[in-house]
Ligand binder design. Structure first.
Ligand code: SF4
Length: 368
């Protein structure tokens, strides 16, 4: 049975270059480069890989003037809008705005001086550039300065984060600037959920979801999916980043997979279903799944492809897959729409699956 689509919260809409955030726009995927921004070639190459993997928006750090000076060349070659991540120096924000960046991210814990914030607001207002206010645990100066309260519960910290956001927002309100995206991040999934739910109740600005310093590939994806999944399933979140201590391309893949799992974005390639394997397995399944996933990158959008370990239960368990392969002894049995079509040698399975997926796609296209 088809589940009803997630009812998304109503938020304002902002535009980051050509990408809309909020106001009913698809949940956008963000990532961040980890190259020195002043290294234009390396940064443009990485932005290209991120965009190729499905990033809608890419953020770059601009810690120095050399970095903001590189923005013009990067912007000219970037296939996606660029956000300048500004930490301590408001001048970097002004330089990034002058370079034509599509959005600015400010951390209230780092640039707190009202006059400086106003200058950034004025510059962004003149050019129609939105600002993301990203509060996180590091923004809570009082907490950082005080004794570390190891046993502190999530709720008081969330109170501090909300108070920080509220006082920062007062500066923007006073300037009549509402082209904003808000975020409240923590390395703790429950803190992220609580803080973001409170933002969603309090403001109608689009919300950026993320777990900060989430961890490596395994921990980071699980922690981020726990927090972002809970929020997105409740209709909260207009743009997301899954932060990982890994190649940022993995962030994009994970974010897209999460959105596809919740049917918030369509997959741009086949959905892979694989059995968990058991004592009935007749084939070396794990490398086969990885090889099929690699071979189908960017192909087979809208199709389910099942890779199953045996012909005993595999065909039944893969019944709703468009294309399935079930392992036999040194062979793979191929199914299309649940019907057995042929058996191929183990070495030919990947090519055979790709061929069936492409044939399926052509047939679907011809049928309109
Ligand atoms: S498909 Fe076969 S090998 Fe895979 S889990 Fe099911 S019974 Fe086990």
């Amino acid at each position: 049975m088809e589940h009803p689509a997630i009812q998304r919260r109503t938020s304002r809409q902002v535009h980051v270059g050509p990408v809309a955030i909020g106001g009913g726009a698809p949940v956008s995927v963000q990532s961040m480069t980890n190259t020195p921004t002043r290294d234009v070639e390396a940064t443009v190459a990485q932005i290209g890989r991120l965009a190729g993997a499905g990033a809608d928006i890419v953020r770059v750090a601009v810690p120095t003037q050399a970095d903001t000076a590189a923005l013009g060349a990067i912007l000219a070659r970037s296939p996606v809008p660029i956000v300048a991540d500004v930490h301590f120096h408001f001048e970097r924000a002004l330089e990034a705005v002058a370079a034509g960046v599509h959005k600015i991210r400010l951390n209230p814990g780092n640039i707190a001086d009202r006059d400086r914030v106003r200058r950034v607001i004025d510059a962004c207002g003149e050019r129609g550039i939105p600002i993301r206010i990203g509060v996180n645990e590091g923004s809570i100066v009082e907490r950082r300065d005080g004794a570390k309260r190891a046993a502190e519960e999530a709720a008081p910290l969330v109170d501090l984060m909300m108070a920080k956001l509220e006082s920062y927002l007062a500066i923007f309100d006073a300037c009549g600037f509402g082209d904003l995206v808000l975020a409240a991040k923590s390395p703790d999934a429950l803190t992220c959920i609580e803080a973001t739910r409170r933002m969603a109740r309090r403001w109608d600005y689009p919300l950026h979801l993320g777990v900060t310093h989430a961890g490596d590939l395994e921990t980071g994806i699980i922690r981020s999916s726990a927090a972002l999944g809970a929020l997105l399933a409740d209709g909260i979140g207009e743009t997301i980043r899954i932060s990982l201590a890994a190649d940022p391309v993995e962030e994009v893949r994970a974010a897209r997979e999460l959105l596809a799992a919740l049917r918030l974005r369509a997959r741009e390639e086949a959905e892979i279903i694989a059995c968990p394997t058991c004592g009935r397995i007749q084939i070396d399944l794990l490398p086969l799944v990885a090889a099929i996933r690699r071979a189908l990158r960017g192909r087979g959008a809208g199709l389910k492809v099942a890779v199953m370990g045996c012909v005993v239960n595999g065909p039944g368990e893969a019944a709703d897959a468009h294309v399935a392969v079930c392992g036999g002894k040194g062979s793979g049995v191929l199914y299309v729409d649940g019907r057995r079509v042929r058996t191929v040698a183990e070495a030919d399975i990947v090519a055979a699956v790709v061929a069936e997926v492409e044939r399926y796609g052509r047939r679907a296209e011809a049928q309109g």
